[in-house]
Design a binder for this molecule. Structure first.
Ligand code: AMP
Ligand code: MG
Length: 406
């Protein structure tokens, strides 16, 4: 057996980031920026008002008060999206709406709450300090400023800033395209009646959903029966058309574990026994230059190996930095009565429900049956609690909690 960290290091070393390419901003959510982006323009592009009111000269309304309001002549109204055509002179005011460009001559906003309009005049009942409620050109982003460095993971707000500065495309690392194959003579799909010995394929749906959750693109390679020629055909098709392939099933010691046989023939694979429970058997290698992850068939095992082994490698292919590759565990208090780590040198990943309690700390309890075929507990789990080999954990102890989810 090898420690999980060793298996992860091997995967990450072989999963190189994809070459960057131009991506439309609308398709760039979650991608890693491959260039530094410099703003070509100021944001906002012009000085404008932050409030509805009147553009005035501060000096004109210095002495204004509720008891002695100041009267100004209104020279017009300016909505957002319009350009001012007349400067504001002494004793004048321009009615102005949030976002409208700030006119020449004025230096302050008398907010509408401090005014009363009367015909073509306005009474201002409070001073309007110069510059207040005026948004300066470039006060958010200045032209020439580097807004985002290469390596930035693009979130919704980043996309908005790119739009604001007029960028339609950026150079980014594209999301890896990942093929997903289920293997096993027993597997069928759909609501139809099961023949004796058959079960419904759950791994493929789950793995494809995990990939989508993590921002990767998915190719459904279907279900292959335990037949060497068919497995070979699907794996070659996946390796040729995808950036990486996930298979599940057929990688352990059974008579019909033919994924192992085929991958050994067509790829350069490393078959590992990882010192974790679940998800001990794990295969990783290259078919041609395409990374292939051979995940175990048991549904919980395939999900856990995805989370701790495939996901880090795929994130590396997506250009993620090392600090982001793994999920960093948080300390959590165990509320269950007793858990035991295995006596076989494997670290146990308990499927747990987790929540922050009144003491401000994470608390965890078992999410249900912990066998590697019992997908239900994994489905309702919020995370994996790490129990060291041979450890005995009792209620009140602190464990490391790997939170699952996006
Ligand atoms: P294997 O690794 O092929 O020996 O499979 C181990 C266990 O996982 C067996 O009980 C299989 O029936 C089950 N299994 C394999 N693939 C799937 C799948 N795609 N969906 C649900 N169960 C599966
Ligand atoms: Mg099988």
């Amino acid at each position: 057996m090898i420690p999980l960290a060793e298996a992860q290091a091997e995967v990450i070393a072989a999963c190189q980031p994809k070459p960057p390419r131009p991506v439309d901003v609308g398709d760039a959510l979650g991608l890693v920026l491959a260039e530094g982006v410099t703003a070509a323009t100021d944001v906002p592009p012009f000085a404008n008002t932050a409030m509805d009111g009147y553009a005035v000269r501060a000096a004109d309304v210095e002495a204004a008060s509720t008891g002695r309001p100041t009267r100004l002549t209104v020279i017009g109204t300016l909505a957002a999206g319009r350009a001012p055509d007349t400067p504001v002179g002494p004793g004048e005011a321009l009615r102005i709406m949030t976002g409208a460009p700030f006119p020449e001559g004025a230096d302050a906003v008398a907010i509408v709450e401090n005014t009363r309009s009367e015909g073509d005049a306005v009474w201002v009942s409070a001073p309007a300090p110069a510059g207040e409620h005026v948004r300066r050109a470039g006060e958010d982003v200045a032209a020439g400023q580097e807004v985002f460095a290469a390596g930035t993971v693009l979130g919704p707000g980043h996309l908005g800033v790119l739009c604001s500065v007029g960028r339609e495309r950026v150079s980014a690392v594209p999301a890896p395209v990942v093929g997903v194959l289920s293997t096993g003579d027993e597997l069928v799909e759909g609501a139809g009646a099961l023949l004796p010995g058959q079960i419904r394929d759950s791994n493929r749906r789950t793995l494809m959903a995990l990939l989508r959750r993590d921002g990767f693109s998915v190719v459904d390679l279907g279900i292959a029966p335990d037949d060497e020629a068919e497995i070979e055909r699907r794996l070659k098709e996946g390796a040729a058309g995808c950036d990486a392939v996930l298979t599940s099933g057929g990688v352990s010691m059974g008579d019909f574990d033919l994924v192992k046989v085929v991958l050994d023939r067509i790829g350069a694979m490393h078959w590992m026994q990882v010192a974790i429970r679940p998800a001990k058997p794990f295969a990783f290698g290259l078919v041609g230059s395409t990374p292939v992850f051979g995940l175990p068939g048991n549904p919980v095992s395939s999900m856990v190996s995805y989370e701790v082994l495939a996901r880090p490698g795929l994130r590396r292919m997506a250009g993620r930095g090392d600090a982001d590759l793994h999920r960093v565990p948080v300390p959590a208090i165990v509320d269950d009565s007793r858990w035991r780590g295995g006596a076989d040198g494997r670290t146990t990943y308990m499927r747990v429900q987790a929540g922050v309690e009144a003491d401000g700390r994470y608390h965890v309890r078992s999410a249900g049956g912990q066998a590697s075929n019992q997908l239900y507990a994994m489905a309702v789990a919020d995370g994996l609690a790490v129990v060291a080999p041979g450890a005995e954990v009792v209620a009140g102890d602190t464990v490391a909690l790997v939170l699952l989810g996006p």
